[in-house]
Ligand binder design. Structure first.
Ligand code: SF4
Length: 861
């Protein structure tokens, strides 16, 4: 249209009437509308559903198996359109099983159309041709056809009918611009697009009025690269702030409607199950597209953290209200959950139109699309989605009552099928597919992706029409000769569409070597102007100015003398990596919990601790244990297990599913019973303390901690015991940097001579792993320890006896406490392979930016 105006201005016209410009399909739709004929045609949603229904019915009656009904229905619909457009008729003799199936479906399709008194939308063009031929439509005086590389028989019939009716038809000639064509072999697709983006920026810098075209035979594969590189080069500040709401180019290919975040969140809302997983609940809590999401974002985020901390993996909607209130979630969100729960109670079937209304009501009740201001792009997507809800109601014509999940599936499928294109930005840079560029000319043109398998297109006939018939009628993708000739025509048109044309191809694509297309094979490669990138990342790395380095391994000292919360884990973290201790206990940063189905390892470990604690609360001494009969042990253990499970449920404020509770109860009784057999083999002892709170001081660090258990031994000394359900390594106690400081910390406040043993009680199922491990003055009194093995280990680390190790702890631990309180926050893991691999702070800590970071080893693990 701009070119038309320029032409009229150049022709010195003072005023002129703008011509009406339509895509051929839209023009036919307008004409059929003017005859009130539009209601005769099924829309795309109705056609798709009807094809699927016919195919489903056919495979049920013929007892064939078909996995991909939706994509088969699409191919069948395409075959039906081809038959109409190319005026072809299926023969029943000598055809394959697939063709026979399609023949049946096509027959059923025509019968259904007759029953519904509707027509296939592919026949609209014939309807219009007939209307011109019969004088029902008044023919325009003149039409100009622009951008048609080929006319199929149905289009030719229309032109014929127009000519008969007296319309003057002109086929707009291809441009014949003398071009300077160069070839750029890109390293890969990314390199091609990046070079193209820099080339455009270079051209626009010299002349912002240039009309630049970018064309790709396979635009869909290039779309995301184009979006990234064009935005980075043409609008770097928008690329940095991530807005990108108005693109610096126009693209003919839209994305899928369900790819827009706001639509994804609506579809998720409508298809939620009645029991949510933690991830589904998390997505809802953090969604910006629900009522109250702005004002209550902090509350909802904290609720998410708290729910994960409780390690519950599934959340029945009907129980969720109480739990949400319990974790401090806002009232709006609780109301949203109530609405979803009510909506999910709709278990009966209903017509699609009824579901459309219910969907709209639920979205409204949830405050979708949220109370924040949405961008223009999001607004357009929301409006398109609302029309989609109306379209699903149109399925009432071809569908019967459907379930809620089926209605959701239909809506999802329709949203995936809608190609969504926000309004264009009015930029002079046009990104187009090969066919959309027909009839257009540019000042400069770049053709991307010209490798041999992109052009000419490979032969891929429709599977439901015999290939011979497709070749005979000249249908697309049915014959290599036709494709070569057709591609040649298009490429010639493009080469003549601008005075300066660059073509490019990727030398490799996903690691596979490529060859240039036949059409550019003989063209000479020419170098492009040397352009500097304006992309933010390239600009920053090319920065030559002075950089200021800031050391951030030391933070402020702790001034308060109050105990720091965290217990011995502070000292352990400080020993493993000072930044980890700083992040956990001063920044209060923690990785998000990721609960799994059933009970996680930490909960199962806690239950073992609690069971043994309750058991020893009543049993107390080795003597009592030895006197208990098997039945007594069983009943005492069963009571202890019940108490442990109840305590766990109370702490989490949620009941365990009954089957899981039952299984866990059996496991705990069996495991603890085996452990008690080991305790029976010990020398006499009395349990004098369990889970008691102690105030500890390590250097200048004060904290409170609980010791699992302290036993008084026969000789009056103490055994400090820590239960472990994993496999601990006491050798870490003997290292210079003590990595397992929990038990050493417990020993800190006890007189050295009073300590008889420092032990891990390894409560494991496998007999070989179930044992005591650690230090003891009389090792033979503890199953799993021996004097010989212990002495050997001590010698290995240069210690003579247990007293020397206890002395080492006394000396080494205060340094860790002092380092923490003085603000040492250096990123210094003991072992980057082990310590960082199991650290929950990898999203906060930047150690992975170090060049020697074992990236693949960790990620692949
Ligand atoms: S990831 Fe490694 S370096 Fe970073 S805090 Fe954790 S342990 Fe320390």
């Amino acid at each position: 249209m701009v070119q038309f105006d320029e032409f009229m201005i150049a022709a010195a016209a003072g005023a002129w009437k703008r011509p009406s410009v339509y895509a051929l399909d839209n023009w036919c739709r307008r004409l059929s509308n003017s005859l009130n004929g539009e209601s005769r045609f099924l829309n795309s949603a109705q056609s798709g559903h009807l094809w699927e229904r016919i195919i489903r019915h056919d495979i049920e009656t013929t007892q064939h198996e078909l996995l991909q009904i939706t994509s088969t229905a699409r191919k069948a619909a395409q075959a039906s359109v081809l038959l109409h457009d190319y005026d072809a008729e299926l023969k029943t003799k000598g055809i394959t099983e697939d063709h026979q199936a399609f023949y049946r479906w096509h027959k059923a399709w025509n019968l259904e159309l007759g029953r519904l008194n509707r027509q296939d939308q592919s026949t609209r063009i014939s309807f219009v041709s007939k209307a011109f031929a019969q004088g029902e439509l008044s023919p325009p005086a003149k039409i100009v056809m622009v951008g048609f590389d080929d006319f199929n028989p149905a289009q030719k019939n229309l032109l014929h009918a127009l000519a008969e009716a007296g319309t003057q038809t002109e086929i707009y000639p291809d441009h014949q611009i003398e071009s300077d064509i160069s070839v750029y072999p890109g390293l890969d697709r990314e390199d091609e697009v990046a070079e193209c983006a820099r080339w455009i920026r270079h051209l626009l810098r010299d002349n912002p009025e240039l009309r630049i075209g970018v064309i790709a035979p396979d635009l869909e594969r290039y779309q995301s690269l184009i979006r990234h590189h064009f935005l980075s080069e043409l609008d770097p500040s928008a690329a940095l702030d991530g807005s990108g709401s108005s693109l610096p180019y126009n693209i003919s290919l839209g994305g899928r409607l369900d790819g827009e975040g706001v639509i994804f969140s609506a579809l998720q809302l409508l298809s939620l199950p009645s029991v949510l997983s933690i991830d589904e609940l998390s997505r809802l809590l953090l969604s910006p597209h629900l009522a109250g999401s702005g004002a209550a974002f902090a509350k909802r985020s904290l609720a998410d953290v708290e729910l994960r901390r409780r390690r519950l993996a599934s959340f029945p909607l009907w129980k969720l209200q109480r739990l949400l209130e319990d974790v401090g979630c806002d009232h709006d969100f609780v109301t949203i959950i109530e609405s979803i729960s009510r909506f999910n109670n709709n278990s009966h079937k209903a017509m699609p139109g009824v579901w459309a209304e219910k969907f709209a009501n639920l979205l409204q009740a949830c405050g979708w699309p949220g109370d924040r201001t949405i961008s223009s792009r999001q607004y357009q997507a929301v409006e398109r989605f609302r029309t989609l809800l109306a379209e699903i109601a149109s399925l009432d014509l071809v569908a019967g009552p459907v379930s809620r999940s089926e209605a959701c599936r239909l809506l999802r499928q329709m949203a995936a099928d809608v190609e969504y294109q926000p309004e264009s930005s009015g930029s002079k840079v046009q990104v187009l597919g090969m066919l959309e560029a027909g009839g257009l000319d540019f000042d400069c043109l770049w053709i991307l992706g010209m490798h041999s398998s992109a052009l000419p297109k490979s032969v891929r006939p429709n599977p439901f029409i015999p290939r011979s018939l497709q070749k005979e009628k000249g249908m697309p993708r049915a014959d290599a000769g036709r494709e070569l000739e057709y591609a040649g025509r298009i490429i010639q048109r493009l080469f003549n569409a601008a005075p300066s044309v660059v073509t490019s191809w990727p030398v490799t694509d996903n690691g596979v070597a490529q060859r240039p297309s036949f059409f550019i094979n003989d063209l000479p490669a020419r170098s492009l102007p040397d352009t500097v990138s304006a992309a933010p990342a390239a600009t920053i790395s090319a920065w030559k100015g002075a950089l200021e380095y800031i050391s951030d391994f030391q933070t402020r000292s702790l001034l308060s003398k109050k105990p720091v919360s965290g217990g011995t884990a502070i000292v352990k973290d400080q020993a493993l990596c000072p930044f980890r201790a700083f992040a956990h206990y001063r920044l209060k940063a923690q990785g998000m919990e990721d609960p799994d189905i059933g009970l996680d390892n930490m909960t199962r470990g806690t239950l073992v601790h609690s069971t043994l604690e309750f058991f020893w609360e009543t049993t107390r001494t080795h003597e009592t244990l030895s006197q208990l009969s098997e039945e007594d042990i069983s009943s005492t253990l069963s009571r202890a297990v019940e108490q442990a499970l109840t305590r766990e449920e109370k702490q989490k404020r949620a009941d365990m599913p009954s089957r899981i509770r039952e299984l866990e109860s059996l496991r705990l009784v069996r495991l603890c019973r085996k452990w008690l057999e080991l305790e029976r083999k010990r020398a006499p002892f009395t349990v004098i303390e369990q889970e008691q709170l102690h105030q500890e001081t390590i250097g200048r660090l004060h904290f409170r901690t609980r010791i699992d258990r302290i036993d008084r031994l026969e000789n009056g000394t103490l055994a400090i015991i820590d239960y472990k359900t994993g496999i601990p390594d006491p050798k870490q106690w003997y290292e210079h940097r003590i990595q397992e400081p929990q038990l050493p910390v417990y020993c800190n406040a006890i007189e050295r001579s009073e300590i008889g043993a420092v032990l891990f009680a390894v409560v494991r199922n496998k007999p070989a792993e179930r044992r005591f491990s650690g230090l003891a003055r009389a090792p033979e009194e503890f199953p799993g320890l021996s004097s010989h093995a212990l002495q050997k280990t001590l010698n290995e680390f240069g210690w003579e006896d247990i007293d020397q190790v206890l002395g080492h702890w006394k000396n080494a631990l205060p340094a860790l406490g002092d380092a923490f309180t003085s603000g040492d926050a250096s990123v210094d893991p003991v072992d980057v392979h082990k310590t960082c691999r199991y650290c929950d702070l990898t999203s906060l800590c930047r150690i992975h930016e170090r060049n020697d970071w074992p990236l693949w080893e960790v990620r692949c693990d």
